[in-house]
Design a binder for this molecule. Sequence first.
Ligand code: ZN
Ligand code: ZN
Length: 181
Amino acid sequence: MRATYHHLTLSAAIPRRLEADPDALMRAVEELHEARMLWLARAEAYAAQRRAEKRSGRRAAANPRPWWLRSWWDGPNSAWYDAPFRHPPLRLPEYVRRQNAMLDGADLPGCPACGDERPPVSNSTGHGWVELCRGCAWVLAPCPCGQRHRVVPETPFNWKGIWRRAHMSDDGTPNPHWPAV
Ligand SMILES: [Zn+2]
Ligand SMILES: [Zn+2]
């Protein structure tokens, strides 16, 4: 949710002061709506498929678990909670399309979330290593201990500041001084 908000402020160019461009909110709502429609269509198809499987006696859900049923807290995208500005640069509908394609068995190159093909960033957890996508901090390889570790953002930030769009300028471009304000 935090990462989605941060993403939308950038993709819809929502200025720090909304009065400077009230249409920005409509752009954000439209992007969210488009992504939601794609997701709902896929979730309905999945539900129908599961009903058919249960009728034919297959109780257990097939792997992989659909991306919208995974817990975001333990999931590989948990870094987006700790560092809400580390999210895929894709528009939300593109992100949903990519997740849906993988659920349908597509073998897409690069990071599952954003497609970044650069080598991952290794973060030490003190007793092991976590490999994160360089583009969006998706967990490509978890710590061997199996626990979730917080991602400490390299730039300290204040969530209230993001909420008030301190990271944006009034013309809808990113504030070059953020987060050092
Ligand atoms: Zn990524
Ligand atoms: Zn660990």
